[in-house]
Design a protein around this ligand. Structure first.
Ligand SMILES: [Zn+2]
Length: 326
């Protein structure tokens, strides 16, 4: 933890001495991927017996305690069910808790009234993206279905990004999708969940490299601990996957995410984010600032102040022209 706080408030000059930075050169730290829920066994069927620790409520006060301890200022809350009610609830949480800087919600993009569903929530300044739980769809080519594409085509008009939640086997399809929708901003969740436990990297890296060749696709450095051996993972086991992510996406399209509370099946918040922040220790300060917050802010066009009184990147209400451009 000490090194994390060190990144936040100080840097080293050429001779290796620690130098204090002025407040203007500290950057907002954003956790690009968190979930909140009131646990209900009927609505969270994916939480099986092996994930018993997740069978309770996870609410903003819990998250904020963990984040403050680890030096994070703000987060993006991501949907975990597929209901409009959850989207509404996450936006209400974001209204009540300024540290929730953005919400990636769900609407039924395949529905004939997809436009109406998007319009219902898009006026809310904190709705920044949409996600569908594509990894659970029986059709491996779900992303290329015409009905889904019709809904996806609407997002740009509303300034919304799209989160890709897929496994490795879906990566070629995701790459084709990103090519078809070249003006749409996409972000890959959890690096498409490589098999860290089994140590497979060759096939995954080839597929992720193809996706990263699309300049409109960004990537979250999140979810790796959940794909590793929950009881015995080490930061060293994650490094080769982080290396590939940096090689193919570069430091300007990567963003750290905890995937809290899902990460708690394998780790705790502090250890989860430290696996990435420690990895970044060798990289230049401007790259660390980008991956630890700046990129998330740019990608989702999050308000600059994020509850800390900073100048705003876009109006707090309404929609800037910039946000409409894709
Ligand atoms: Zn997640």
């Amino acid at each position: 933890m000490s090194s994390w706080l060190h990144f936040k408030h100080a840097d080293r000059n050429d001779t290796g001495d620690e130098v204090r930075l002025t407040p203007d050169t500290t950057y907002v730290r954003i956790d690009a991927h968190q979930h909140f829920w009131r646990y209900d066994p009927h609505e969270y069927g994916w939480i099986d017996d092996s994930m018993a620790a997740l069978r309770r409520d996870f609410l903003p006060a819990d998250a904020q305690r963990e984040m403050t301890h680890a030096g994070f200022d703000a987060c993006v809350a991501v949907q975990a069910r597929q209901t409009l009610e959850e989207t509404r609830w996450l936006l209400a949480l974001a209204d009540a808790h300024p540290f929730i800087a953005g919400v990636v919600g769900w609407v039924d993009l395949q529905a004939p009234d997809a436009r109406g569903q998007i319009e219902q929530y898009a006026a809310h300044p904190k709705l920044v993206g949409i996600r569908h739980i594509v990894q659970s769809e029986p059709d491996d080519r779900f992303l290329l279905r015409p009905e889904f594409g019709r809904g996806l085509a609407l997002l740009g008009e509303f300034g919304l990004a799209y989160d890709l939640l897929v496994y490795r086997r879906h990566l070629p399809v995701a790459t084709e999708l990103a090519g078809r929708f070249a003006g749409q901003r996409f972000v890959l969740d959890h690096l498409a969940k490589p098999d860290v436990r089994g140590g497979e990297i060759r096939a995954w890296s080839a597929d992720v490299r193809e996706l990263a060749a699309r300049p409109n696709v960004w990537c979250k450095l999140s979810g790796l601990v959940t794909e590793a051996d929950w009881a015995a993972w080490t930061p060293e086991q994650l490094r080769p996957y982080l290396d590939v992510a940096f090689e193919c996406f570069g430091p300007d399209r990567l963003m750290i995410g905890s995937d809290w509370p899902v990460c708690t099946v394998a780790s705790d918040y502090a250890r989860t984010v430290a696996a990435v922040t420690e990895y970044l220790a060798d990289r230049p300060a401007h790259e660390r600032d980008a991956v630890l917050g700046g990129n998330a802010q740019r990608f989702w066009k999050l308000d600059g102040d994020l509850g800390r009184g900073r100048p705003s990147g876009r109006p707090a209400t309404g929609r800037s022209e910039d946000r409409l451009l894709q």
